[in-house]
Design a protein around this ligand. Structure first.
Ligand SMILES: C[S@@+](CC[C@H](N)C(=O)[O-])C[C@H]1O[C@@H](n2cnc3c(N)ncnc32)[C@H](O)[C@@H]1O
Length: 374
C-alpha cells in the first residue's frame, strides 16, 4: 500500500434526505479491509479522509447514493485577487487535470472576494500561467473526460477551499442507461429505495416495478451489489491517481439471486428497458398495471415511482390512484408494496403505511411509503 504523510480529503455531496442512506452505504463499504484506512466523519457531513489516495478515490466507484465526490486540493486565506492568483498558481494542477478544458463553480459567503467573474478570471489566469511554466505531458492529450473537470472554489469567511470534481458526469449517472423515459427517476433515489426495501424485507425477493418507466428501480435492484465498471470517472485520469500502486479490489460478491419484473403501459418505455438491461434476470411486460393478472411469484415485492402529476392518464384523482396502487399490489399477491410519492399524498387508513424520512427530489419533497399485507 503506497502511503504518503499527506492526508487527502474527499467530500461527498448527497441529495437532501438521502444522508442516512449514504452513511449506511459508506459504513458497509469501509468495513472491508481494502477501505479501512478511510476515516469517515459523520459530523462534518460526508467527509472522508485517508492517506491512501488509491482507496479513497477507488471507493467512488462503489458509491450508489452520493451525487458528486470532490477531492480537496488546497485551503488558504485570500482577501484579494492577487493573493488568490498567487495561491492558485502554486497548486500542482498537473497532478489532477492535465487538460486545458475545465470549468469552475464558485460560491462565497461572508468573504471579501465574492464576484464570480473576477474569481474565475484570476483562477483561469493562474492555471494558464502554471501550465505555461510546467506543460503537462503530451500523452495526456489523449485522455477522454466524460465531462470537463470542474474546479470548485468556495469562500467562507475569507478562507478559500479548492476542490476538484472526481466523477466527471454526476455519480448517479451509471453509464449503462442509453434510453430514458419522459420522467426518469434519479438513480441515486432508486438506489436509496432499494436500500430501504432491503432493510425491510428478507433477501431474495422478486421485485416488480409495474410502472417502470425506463427501468431505474429494477436496474438499481439488479446492480445493487455490483461495482460500477460500466463508466469512466474523471479521477482515473488524475496523474496522481495513475501513479498510485494499484491494489486488488474484490469486495462486492453478490451471493443473492436477484430477480426482477418490469411492466409499463408505454411501448417506448418497454423497448428502452429491454435495451438498457439486456442480459439481466429480468422479465419485461407491456400493459396496464391495474389490469395485470395475478403472478405466481411467492416472494413478491412491488415498488414504483408513482406519477406525480395532478392528472394522470386514467383521469383519476391522484390520491385515488395511490390507494388503487396499494389495493392492486395486494391483489397480485405481493408481500408488500413500496412507492415513491410526494409527502402530501394521502394513504387510506386501511393500509398500514410506513414512511421514510422526506427526500428532496428535484424540488419536490417525496417519501418512500411501505404498505405490508401480512
Ligand atoms: C413517474 S414515471 C416512473 C418513472 C420510472 N421510475 C423511471 O425511472 O423511469 C411513471 C411511469 O408509469 C407508467 N404508467 C402510468 N400509468 C400506468 C399504468 N396504469 N400501468 C402501467 N404503467 C403506467 C408511465 O408510462 C410511466 O413510464
Amino acid at each position: 500500500m503506497q502511503k504518503t504523510s499527506k492526508t487527502y480529503e474527499l467530500f461527498l455531496s448527497v441529495t437532501p434526505g438521502l444522508e442516512e442512506f449514504a452513511k449506511e452505504e459508506l459504513k458497509e463499504l469501509i468495513r472491508y479491509e481494502f477501505f479501512n484506512t478511510i476515516e469517515f466523519n459523520n459530523e462534518a457531513g460526508l467527509l472522508l479522509k485517508s492517506q491512501d489516495l488509491f482507496s479513497l478515490l477507488t471507493l467512488i466507484k462503489y458509491l450508489k447514493i452520493p451525487t458528486r465526490a470532490l477531492l480537496r486540493v488546497e485551503e488558504f486565506k485570500a482577501r484579494d485577487l492577487p493573493k488568490l492568483y498567487k495561491k492558485l498558481s502554486k497548486i500542482n494542477w498537473n497532478d489532477y487535470i492535465p487538460t486545458t478544458d475545465f470549468e469552475f463553480k464558485v460560491s462565497s459567503h461572508n468573504s471579501r472576494l465574492f464576484d464570480d467573474r473576477k474569481i474565475i478570471k484570476a483562477a483561469k489566469d493562474a492555471i494558464a500561467d502554471y501550465q505555461k511554466a510546467q506543460p503537462f505531458k503530451a500523452k495526456y492529450n489523449e485522455l477522454t473526460w466524460s465531462h470537463p473537470p470542474i474546479i470548485f472554489i468556495r469562500f467562507e469567511e475569507d478562507m478559500c477551499q479548492v476542490s476538484i470534481d472526481c466523477s466527471g458526469e454526476r455519480l448517479d449517472k451509471r453509464g449503462h442507461k442509453i434510453f430514458t423515459a419522459k420522467a426518469p427517476m434519479r438513480e441515486s433515489l432508486g438506489a436509496a429505495l432499494i436500500r430501504f426495501i432491503d432493510s425491510n424485507e428478507e433477501k431474495g425477493y422478486t421485485l416488480l416495478d409495474p410502472m417502470a418507466g425506463s427501468g431505474t428501480i429494477v436496474s438499481e435492484y439488479l446492480f445493487q451489489d455490483q461495482v460500477n465498471s460500466k463508466r469512466h470517472y474523471n479521477f482515473e485520469n488524475f496523474p496522481l491517481f495513475r501513479k498510485q500502486a494499484a491494489q486488488k479490489v474484490n469486495i462486492l460478491n453478490d451471493e443473492i439471486q436477484r430477480k426482477a419484473l418490469a411492466n409499463d403501459i408505454n411501448r417506448d418505455n418497454i423497448k428502452a428497458i429491454k435495451e438498457n438491461l439486456e442480459g439481466f434476470d429480468l422479465e419485461v411486460t407491456h400493459g396496464d398495471f391495474f389490469k395485470m393478472e395475478e403472478l405466481s411469484e411467492n416472494n413478491l415485492v412491488i415498488a414504483c415511482n408513482l406519477p406525480y402529476g395532478k392528472r394522470i392518464k386514467t383521469q383519476k384523482n391522484i390520491h385515488e390512484f395511490v390507494n388503487d396502487f396499494y389495493a392492486k399490489a395486494q391483489k397480485l399477491g405481493a408481500k408488500s408494496a413500496y412507492a415513491v410519492m410526494p409527502e402530501t399524498f394521502i394513504i387510506d387508513k386501511k393500509f398500514k403505511a410506513m414512511r421514510s424520512q422526506r427526500i428532496n427530489n428535484g424540488g419536490i419533497w417525496v417519501q418512500f411509503v411501505k404498505v405490508s399485507y401480512n
